[in-house]
Design a protein around this ligand. Structure first.
Ligand code: COA
Length: 498
């Protein structure tokens, strides 16, 4: 039975129902699960865990690669199953539980989680659940549409549950490149000097004796819900493409730009899609999430190779790509997220990192995570891994949110994820501020002139002028610095004049 999917015959008697497998997970355990940006997540077992909460006390610490789909974070949060959750999420119901203090959320750079586990700074999982297309003759696990933290979570766990997904074909085997850094002090450089290199194994090399259960799963990944480009995201893409063209012209970037990293979400996807009509050829990606735009660029003949940690597609794109996978497979690789996001590799390859901000301030500090300085949105994800180590750290956002009640360009950010030291280029639909080599007062000038929405420009100009009268390397009117956020909270608009 399923001998093509479970090629180590001695594991055949481990096949059981999701409920039986889920019974290995006990109250209070630390549980690892596969899943990165709604791709390749464990599904059958977490559904079974949610079911158990209706008749027994059950609460776990859950560690994944990043966000998971099928409404599972919502179901688990609402069932009270999650005591602790890390390192990323993107679900409104879980977000609510986090902001109410019911779930302890540890918002981490995505490259760091398993590194902390390797050095025993973070508790290792008691049980890890990994979605797979197959188990090899050696008992190694072939993941589905993401690698994320799956390899290390499985290697570090006492017991492993494998969910064999019948939704993905076994032709995904060969897509993954599983490289596990040796422990310190024997650590050597990661031997990756090009995005298209393979440096590891095609399956997760665990001891098959750890596989305690195998569940056959018919669940699908959730499709991504990125919105198509609109006028503003198109304008952001156009500003960025104009900037790249100038950089090529000036000899600061090669014609193929160099490896691109692009964050999650509609804005980032639109920016990448904008490259379809841009005059750059032989592009490559060294990124984390590969979205629809990656495949648009392949189809347009613009992209040579894409390295990521997960493939997250809209429903229509997903059907097309996985239905015709051989067309793309040789030009794709999925890596563990500690490698796709590794500071050493990002710096060596000289990547261009394009991520999305919620807001940024006069001096270029970026908030990607906290609305109004206190309420978690999703998490920092991989943006910090890339921004600090990229050749060019670019942040994009629309200049206003909530119909103009919020300016994304503010006197002082209400929370800092990326300090001014990590930010080179800021782009809104209004324009692009190139902050490289500028002192704080010059940065402020570039940001006011290029990025702020006209409705907010005079107010920001006035703030900056009064701040400069007080002096300082980074001038502020401290008692007013967060007044826009306070206005928004109290009056529903950042400006008192509105
Ligand atoms: N204050 C409050 N809310 C804001 C805001 C601000 N300054 N700027 C945007 N928003 C709201 C939008 O109104 C929108 O709300 P809605 O969901 O109710 O419509 C929401 O934030 C998302 O904004 P949107 O403009 O649609 O952008 P997005 O889908 O591209 O997401 C982030 C933007 C910042 C939330 C998202 O990119 C993120 O989580 N980033 C951090 C992680 C990361 O960068 N990972 C990258 C490596 S993969």
């Amino acid at each position: 039975m399923y001998s093509e999917r479970i090629r180590l015959a001695s594991l055949h008697d481990k096949v059981m129902s999701a409920a039986e497998a889920a019974s290995l997970i006990k109250d209070g355990m630390t549980v690892g699960m596969s899943g990165f940006a709604c791709a390749g997540d464990a599904k059958a077992v977490p559904f079974a865990l949610v079911e158990r909460t209706s008749h027994e006390p059950l609460s776990i610490s859950l560690i994944t690669g990043a966000s998971i789909g099928n409404g599972l974070d919502k179901l688990m949060a609402e069932a009270g199953l999650l005591a602790r959750r890390m390192p990323f999420q993107a679900d409104p119901a879980l977000r609510k539980a986090i902001n109410e203090g019911k779930v302890m959320f540890i918002d981490q750079h995505l490259s760091e989680t398993v590194e902390q586990m390797r050095s025993n700074q973070l508790k290792r999982p008691d049980v890890t659940v990994v979605e797979a297309v197959a188990i090899t003759e050696d008992g190694h696990i072939v993941p589905t549409a993401s690698v994320g933290n799956s390899a290390n979570l499985a290697l570090f766990a006492d017991q492993v549950i494998v969910e064999i997904s019948l939704r993905y074909g076994t032709n995904l085997e060969g897509l993954h490149d599983i490289y596990i850094p040796p422990e310190r002090p024997e650590r050597s450089p990661i031997p990756l000097v090009r995005p298209d290199q393979r440096i590891g194994a095609t399956a997760i090399p665990i001891d098959p004796a750890k596989i305690a259960a195998i569940v056959i799963s018919e669940y699908s990944d959730s499709p991504s819900n990125v919105l198509p480009p609109d006028g503003e995201t198109q304008a952001i893409a156009d500003h960025l493409i104009g900037f790249f063209a100038n950089e090529v012209e000036a000899g600061r970037l090669p014609r193929n730009l160099g490896p691109l990293q692009v964050g999650v979400g509609s804005i980032a996807n639109a920016v990448m899609a904008g490259l379809v009509d841009a005059p750059f050829e032989n592009l490559s990606m060294y990124s984390e999430v590969l979205q629809d735009s990656t495949f648009e660029l392949f189809d347009a003949g613009k992209l040579d190779f894409a390295s990521g940690s997960s493939i997250v597609l809209s429903a229509a794109r997903g059907t097309q790509v996985f239905g015709d996978f051989e067309r793309y497979k040789e030009r794709l690789v999925l890596r563990p997220q500690e490698i796709s996001n590794h500071p050493e590799v990002a710096r060596r390859l000289g990547i261009i990192g394009i991520n999305t901000a919620l807001e940024f301030d006069l001096y270029g500090n970026v908030n990607s995570t906290h609305v109004g300085g206190t309420r978690m949105m999703n998490g920092i994800g991989g943006s910090g891994d890339f921004a600090r180590n990229a050749q060019l750290a670019i942040f994009v956002t629309k200049s206003i949110a909530k119909d103009g009640a919020i300016s994304s360009v503010v006197p002082m950010v209400s929370h800092v994820d990326h300090t001014e030291h990590d930010v080179d280029i800021l782009v809104t639909e209004q324009g692009l501020a190139d902050l490289r080599g500028l002192a704080p007062r010059e940065r402020a000038r570039a940001i006011i002139d290029n990025c702020v929405h006209p409705e907010y420009r005079a107010a920001l100009e006035d703030y900056f002028a009064r701040a400069c009268e007080r002096g300082g390397q980074t001038p502020h009117v401290l008692e007013e610095a967060l007044s826009w956020h306070i206005n928004q909270e109290r009056r529903g608009h950042m400006l008192t004049t509105a």
